[in-house]
Ligand binder design. Structure first.
Ligand code: 6CS
Length: 333
């Protein structure tokens, strides 16, 4: 009886009431964000190319829960697709914390794009780690450089002394800011604006498009660009849902996913460029860009976090780290 019920649930979730696939796709970001642009294009292409047979419903941040709750809903099949940012996923999939390691990736976004979308070890090994946690990793999506916002310029670790910075909860993000002497304070994305406004925290870190659409710049004095880390999210799906699709529908999903990898990379560059202009027009926020010597000091301070990564992500983590470093060196030549 229990098996029958389980089977019924799976068939219902795969097919939806109409007998055709229905995709519930949840975002960790609000309408107008990079993730929203991705999901709207995904919906348009899938619905058009399946001639309306496959329906995609998009749920922006706030509709269905926090990032951690969205991941759980993909794992249990209540959602078919979602974005799962490594900054929120580190305790579930320690290997993904490779995206929390400052100064590991290239200073060149194009190089990083090739590392994230290429057929190298990174995606294969992370895919294995995700599958063990009942998640199918579809894409690694770059959303722009992380930028520090604060009540002061952050030019050296001494500026971080006692600085309360909101981070996503991944343990290695917390460790990186501790290494700079800061006081990292993880909290949900939705609470950051209020916490900045009430001076419960001194700053936070996110890409420019998010700093603009979440209005963080309204309650901050300075943007510091260190280009220490690209913000990435991962597109995940429920493995049973994908396995239950017909071969041609699976191919359709795969072709749209591959097409969007390139399209969204360019779109996020435009979003981040244009929204920096908006921030500058609407505020008198100071913009600081660190020079190489300043970045070098942060790079040195962050290096020990790589050992912590290997401790928490084990042998597979060590191979991922090597593969990223090798790919970076090769592509930068
Ligand atoms: O800071 C955060 O928690 C969030 N930032 C972005 C840009 N996307 C999702 C993530 O949850």
């Amino acid at each position: 009886m229990r098996r029958f019920f389980l089977l019924f649930t799976v068939v219902f979730l795969v097919a939806g009431c109409s007998g055709e696939p229905q995709i519930r796709f949840a975002l960790e970001e609000v309408e107008g964000s990079v993730q929203d642009a991705y999901a709207q294009r995904f919906k348009a292409l899938i619905e058009e190319r399946s001639e309306g047979r496959i329906k995609v419903n998009v749920y922006p941040y706030g509709a269905l829960g926090s990032s951690a709750q969205l991941t759980e809903q993909v794992q249990n099949g209540a959602l078919q697709f979602a974005f799962a940012s490594p900054g929120h996923l580190g305790s579930v999939v320690p290997e993904v914390q490779v995206f929390s390691l400052h100064f590991l990736f290239s200073d060149d976004e194009q190089v990083n794009q090739q590392i994230f979308t290429g057929s190298g070890e990174l995606k294969r090994l992370l895919g294995e780690a995700y599958r063990e946690r009942n998640l199918e990793l579809l894409s690694i999506v770059q959303e722009g450089w992380m930028v520090w916002t604060g009540d002061r310029p952050l030019r050296s670790p001494s500026d971080f002394e006692g600085f309360k910075i909101r981070t996503m909860p991944s343990p290695l993000l917390v460790e990186a800011y501790q290494a700079y002497g800061a006081n990292p304070t993880p909290m949900p994305y939705s609470e950051v604006y209020g916490a900045l406004q009430l001076n419960m925290i001194d700053g936070q870190v996110n890409p420019i498009f998010a700093i603009e659409e979440m209005s963080f710049y309204e309650v901050q004095e300075v943007l510091t660009f260190a280009n220490h880390l690209p913000f990435v999210s991962t597109l995940v799906a429920n493995p049973d849902f994908l396995a239950g699709l017909s071969e041609s529908d699976r191919e359709l999903v795969e072709s749209v996913r591959a097409e969007l990898d390139e399209e969204i990379f360019e779109l996020q560059q435009r979003f981040n460029r244009e929204r920096l202009e908006t921030i500058r027009e609407e505020s008198d926020i100071q913009v600081v860009r660190l020079v190489e010597e300043e970045r070098e000091v942060f790079r040195d301070a962050a290096m020990p976090v790589r050992d912590s990564y290997i401790k928490s992500a084990g042998e597979r983590g060590a191979v991922i780290l090597k593969a990223v470093t090798a790919a970076r060196n090769r592509l930068e030549q």
